[in-house]
Write a protein that binds this ligand. Structure first.
Ligand SMILES: *Cc1c(COP(=O)(O)O)cnc(C)c1O
Length: 389
């Protein structure tokens, strides 16, 4: 026995009960009941047949949800930011240029990360309530000939969805790779990696996938793969796609241990993909479009406004809702949780103090959930008006 004295006593960690709220913020969202079950499956080593087979299922499911035939498809241990850091650090070396299409908070994060890696950054900025046209990006592509362009598909800080059609061809014309964040859009809105010429894409499990955060899918095109093979720099060990591709058997000849993937998260992601494959992409896209159309109709009928002026720019998963004059956004969010046990969020970054962010996605993309959320929002509107009189 050690003769050292404990200087820190054990803390009293008591059991804490709480009633699960309805998760209707910009993420995380509620999980499929089957995913909650999958999280309780036995812990296994990453080096065993059961997990090898499950990883093959995950890769097949990811090729489906990204709509890519690329072999370089796998999942990273970490939340959505891991995907951002991985695609940037693997594809753009120190001293090379990353062009950032900026309209919200996620591109700001990409800017910060790129700078930490010694990457040169150039930015094209538009107002946060708009989306880009190719004509707004082409002059910068032409001028800087960047290694890559970073753009967010669905932006949960502003509630916009970026049209990506044609952007791949435009980037490739200037020798630029197209990097896309689909964390809050994938499986809720159409996305076609191969057809749109996207070179690297990442997403996350805790938004429209309706799973827990902590395991993030990524995919790379043949162009991106070529860059990874010929690059002169080394990305961080934990995010190195060359090594991870061997762990995930992307080329069919290796099952090399790189790190221990969390088995519960592994099973959960596999289960999300099973659910999405059963429903099929066209059906899940249609379900999200229908619930959100109904949500927006009910918002309009109840004097709520929209931060994003053009309906075609509005994201199907996260809506930025403007309250009538005189309401405090943080107070509104607090009341929704206290009285109705519904979790929604106030604005973030450029939308702070300007809007609520309400997420109707994944398993919560239903008429029933929309009604529950709008009824509670109407009640909150009335209650906070009364209390402020
Ligand atoms: C939520 C979100 C992220 C960050 O994901 P984390 O899981 O919190 O790391 C990145 N991009 C978009 C568009 C998001 O909505």
């Amino acid at each position: 026995m050690s003769c050292h004295k404990l200087t820190v006593p054990p803390p009293k960690i008591v059991d804490r009960e709480f009633v699960k709220p309805l998760l209707c913020g910009p993420g995380p969202s509620d999980v499929w009941p089957s995913v909650a079950q999958a999280l309780t499956k036995p812990i296994l080593s990453p080096i065993c047949d059961e997990l090898f087979k499950a990883s093959d299922d995950i890769r097949a499911g990811l090729q489906y949800v990204f709509q890519t035939r690329s072999n370089l498809v796998l999942a990273l241990s970490g939340s959505g930011h891991t995907g951002m850091e991985t695609i940037i650090s693997n594809l753009v070396g120190p001293g090379e240029t990353l062009l950032i299409a900026s309209r919200g908070i996620w591109d700001q994060r990409a800017f910060i990360m790129a700078n930490r890696y010694g990457i040169k950054t150039e930015t094209v900025t538009i107002p946060m309530d708009m989306t880009f046209t190719p004509a707004q990006l082409e002059p910068a592509l032409k001028k800087y000939r960047p290694t890559a362009l970073f753009i967010t598909h669905g932006d949960s800080s502003t509630g916009t969805v970026q049209n990506l059609e044609g952007l791949g061809d435009l980037c490739h014309k200037y020798g630029t790779l197209l990097l896309v964040d689909t964390v809050v859009s994938l499986v809720a809105v159409p996305f076609f990696m191969d057809e749109w010429g996207v070179d690297a894409v990442y997403t996350s499990t805790q938004k429209a996938f309706s799973g827990p955060a902590g395991i993030s899918p990524v995919a790379f095109s043949a162009r991106a793969e070529q860059k990874i093979k010929t690059r002169k720099h080394d990305p961080p060990f934990y995010f190195d796609i060359k090594l991870l591709a061997q762990q995930w058997n992307c080329y069919g000849n290796t099952r090399a241990y790189h790190h221990t993937i969390s088995p519960p998260l592994f099973w959960a992601l596999r289960c999300c993909l099973q659910e999405i494959s059963k429903e099929t992409l066209p059906a899940t896209w249609a379900r999200h479009a229908a619930s959100t159309a109904y949500f927006h109709k009910r918002l309009r009928e109840n004097t709520f406004g929209f931060l994003i002026p053009k309906p075609e720019d509005r994201l199907a998963t996260v809506t930025t809702v403007v309250l009538p004059k005189g309401y405090d956004y943080l107070e509104f969010v607090k009341y929704m949780r206290a009285k109705h046990n519904i979790l929604i969020f106030a604005g973030l970054g450029p939308t702070a103090g300007k809007a609520l962010r309400v997420g109707i996605m994944g398993v919560n993309s239903t008429i029933k959930v929309v009604d529950a959320v709008v009824d509670a929002m109407v009640d909150t509107l009335v209650a906070l008006k009364k209390s402020s009189l």
